[in-house]
Design a protein around this ligand. Structure first.
Ligand code: GEK
Length: 244
């Protein structure tokens, strides 16, 4: 690692399952910026979405907050009184660094950083819940329960912002999106070795689904509308609205 640059997979190595440990937390801003197309736009827009749906005296949840980028964007834009942002992640390494990031900004909406598994969180009085590239790390068979819990914890008129890496429902289309994404990573300085070793490390940890699968699950638990507001290659972000 040099100056926060992600070089984790730059040397040939025995590949083990990807995890959010200290070495990842240390280079995370560089890693996510060079790996997720449109990351800065997504973060800034989620901040604006949170501001739009924020209600006085309610909670905003940032589930799988990593270093707190979503929480910081939300706190920058929210204008409502007495809102609170709860930033939650189960990686001790991420939470330690997230607390330092958050402390160095002053904002009217306080950010409370908590180290816990999303599955243990009791969501309540929420106007916005954000899962920005987090659900993809939860085993698919556990996703319905989490989405159900989020729906129950949201006030009417509240939203879940869900960003995910997707798979496409045809092999040809899927291959095209994967190739375009790999080219994006190459252009951001990742080598073939880094791309392929990272892909192997993520294989069993990050299980992607199609947009239709996400939409169906969101509708199944009761969300009245699912709006896909961002797409680039196999990355997308959607807003699921709980009807009034
Ligand atoms: C961002 N949202 O910068 N409970 C809590 N946290 C979890 C769990 C879980 N069960 N599983 C994974 N995580 C961030 C980016 S990164 C996405 C999110 C990526 C956490 C994990 O520790 C990591 O910090 C985060 O979810 C996923 O907007 O690296 O592609």
């Amino acid at each position: 690692m040099q100056d926060g640059k992600d070089t984790i997979y730059s040397q040939p190595q025995q590949i083990t399952e990807f995890c959010f440990d200290h070495s990842v937390a240390e280079v995370f801003p560089d890693m996510i910026q060079r790996s997720v197309p449109g990351y800065s736009t997504i973060i800034d827009t989620i901040g604006q979405i949170c501001a739009r749906y924020a209600q006085p005296q309610t909670n905003i949840y940032d589930l799988g907050c990593s270093l707190g980028a979503v929480s910081l964007a939300a706190s920058k834009y929210i204008q409502r009184e007495n809102c609170q942002i709860l930033a939650i992640d189960n990686s001790q390494a991420m939470v330690q660094r997230c607390k330092l990031h958050v402390q160095s900004y002053k904002s009217a909406t306080p950010i409370n950083v908590i180290c816990d598994d999303i599955q243990n969180i009791d969501l309540k009085n929420a106007c916005c819940v954000v899962m920005n590239f987090t659900l993809q790390f939860i085993p698919p068979e556990q996703r319905l329960d989490i989405i159900q819990k989020i729906y129950s914890g949201l006030n009417s008129g509240g939203v879940l912002v869900l960003s995910e890496k997707l798979s496409h429902d045809t092999e040809l289309g899927n291959d095209l999106l994967i190739d375009l994404h790999h080219e994006f990573k190459r252009r951001n300085g990742y080598s073939e070795l880094e791309i392929s070793q990272k892909r192997s490390a993520l294989e069993d940890v990050m299980r992607t689904e199609t947009f239709e699968q996400h939409k169906e699950r969101l509708k199944q638990v009761g969300f009245s509308d699912v709006v896909r507001w961002f797409t680039c290659f196999n990355f997308a972000s959607m807003v699921a609205i709980k009807g009034k």
